[in-house]
Design a binder for this molecule. Structure first.
Ligand code: 3HC
Length: 311
């Protein structure tokens, strides 16, 4: 018997299978996916700015070319994710307009400044490391296009994380000044990267439903704890320290615990009052305006191809 509508949807989730674009789905499921996937895409695009800030000032040709490749990857991740969101009925223009108008969320982490070269290492190691912790489970998200986009993104994220780790390793084994620069970057990026995973579970309004829909597989605190466990091991190899003397493994709960995070700061950043929110949006607006001619040319070219086919 061909199940229809809600029954079919529930059966697909019960089998932990995939919902595809042409399948019936509850409006709330569709809306929550557009919310999350468009935010994810915006995060990738805005995330290009803090790193692009150092492309012209990279310390060597090797570092410059690696950083350029990484920033280009982020643009590609944004495009995969905008395309996945479009399969749910929203349009690229709607998402772009919302971002440029300052009405769309993107990851809090990209509203912090990149003040030294070592920040390129801390972002790669910690921010992309956090992204991997968050994105690997999303490869199994119930919505097909989202889960499949994540598989390709995760492969590229591991390159991003490794190149960041290598930058920090080189600095940590360099002069005392370079070592201090690496430690300073780790100190500044540690708490914001833990907050990337979202608010504490008891303050996470979307989690319960998102987990019921097999979109979110693990809670914000669970992934944050896993991330801390990863940092603890890897920071030893760097010969640096985490700016948190409360990190410890809880034998009963089998989870990594960490010091308190500043959720007021998090809320300020989400409200648009973080250190770099205004400049990130201004840069995005300018890039969008300056790029209008590219979009017009692409549309004109497409129209010409259409007319040729008709002729
Ligand atoms: N930055 C901005 N907003 C955040 C946030 C963050 N770090 N964490 C949570 N929020 C927002 C949520 O969007 C939600 O607001 P909304 O209802 O208006 O959308 C609110 O805070 C409450 O949070 P919830 O925990 O209830 O929300 P979610 O269930 O959506 O969980 C999330 C938040 C874990 C970020 C989830 O949305 C998610 O997994 N998103 C996909 C992954 C993602 O966006 N990663 C961002 C990093 S981009 C990146 O990694 C680039 C890489 O190349 C460096």
């Amino acid at each position: 018997v061909q199940l229809a509508g809600q029954e079919h949807f529930d059966a697909v989730l019960a089998k932990d299978s995939r919902v595809e674009p042409k399948d019936w789905m509850p409006d709330a499921y569709r809306r929550s996916l557009v919310r999350q996937i468009s935010q994810h895409a915006h995060s990738e695009i805005i995330g290009m700015q803090p790193e692009a800030n150092w492309i012209t000032r990279a310390p060597s040709l090797k570092r410059k070319s690696i950083l350029m490749a990484k920033v280009q990857d982020e643009a590609g991740h944004g495009l995969y994710l905008y395309s996945a969101a479009e399969t749910l009925g929203t349009t690229r223009d709607e998402m772009m307009d919302a971002l440029v108008a300052g009405k769309a969320r993107y990851s809090s982490i990209f509203n912090y400044p990149t003040v030294t070269w070592a920040d390129m290492g801390a972002i790669g190691w910690m921010v992309d490391g956090a992204a991997i912790c968050n994105q690997v489970p999303l490869c199994r998200a119930s919505y097909g296009p989202y889960g499949r986009a994540m598989v390709r993104v995760c492969k590229e994220e591991s390159f991003h994380q490794r190149q960041g780790f290598e930058i920090l390793l080189e600095l940590a084994n360099g002069t005392a000044e370079q070592r201090a620069m690496a430690q300073d970057a780790v100190n500044r990026w540690y708490a914001p990267s833990l907050m990337m995973f979202g608010p504490p579970d008891d303050d996470s309004p979307n989690s319960k439903q998102s987990m019921a829909w097999n979109i979110k597989r693990f809670s914000n605190d669970e992934l944050r704890s896993r991330f801390v466990g990863m940092l603890v091991e890897q920071v030893k190899v760097l010969g640096l320290t985490l700016p948190d003397d409360q990190v410890r493994f809880n034998e009963e709960s089998k989870t990594w615990e960490h010091g308190p995070l500043d959720w007021d700061e998090f809320k300020e950043v989400l409200a648009g009052r973080g250190p770099c929110n205004a400049q990130r949006l201004e840069r995005r607006r300018t890039a969008h305006e300056e790029g209008a001619w590219v979009r017009e040319a692409a549309v004109a070219y497409h129209q010409k191809q259409q007319d040729k086919q008709k002729a």
